[in-house]
Design a protein around this ligand. Sequence first.
Ligand code: DAT
Ligand code: MG
Length: 153
Amino acid sequence: MEDTFILIKPDGIQRSMVGRIIQRLEEKGLQLRAVKMEQLDESMVKKLYPHLKNKEFFPRLVNFMVATPVLAMVWRGEGAVLATRKLLGSTDPQKAETGTIRGDMALAVGANLVHCSDAPENAAREIELFFSPGELCNYEKSTNIWLREEPWQ
Ligand code: DAT
Ligand code: MG
């Protein structure tokens, strides 16, 4: 089982997409471990996106990410990091495939609704940035066996 960090951005909050985005993650078979609504500031955006700090668009990204509170979550599942990258689609919604969250629900790279971790090591770092270990719920979902390779075993 793998954990990944998912964050609904201010456009998702403003456009009332929280329920629909969570529904897509639930439908995939992922399990919610933690959720928190939080107002980001510039230093937190820098910590979330250290690889983008020197990009020309970074000031616009900061303004966007601090515009309203965001919804930070931890989701667990087999191959959860790659599964959620595919579920979100390409960074630019204009290039994202139809059927993906960004492809179906967004139009601009500057307002692409959701963040998700791009690798397990980044997921661990991002989860630690937003949650203390005690905030991550450990529980077994009775449906988990029906999401395995061989559910009947
Ligand atoms: P992703 O969110 O798909 O992991 P990323 O980590 O490269 O993509 O970038 C983080 C966010 O920064 C992205 O969701 C939207 C914004 N961003 C990336 N490239 C951009 C660009 N060329 N212009 C404007 N915003 C951009
Ligand atoms: Mg990224």
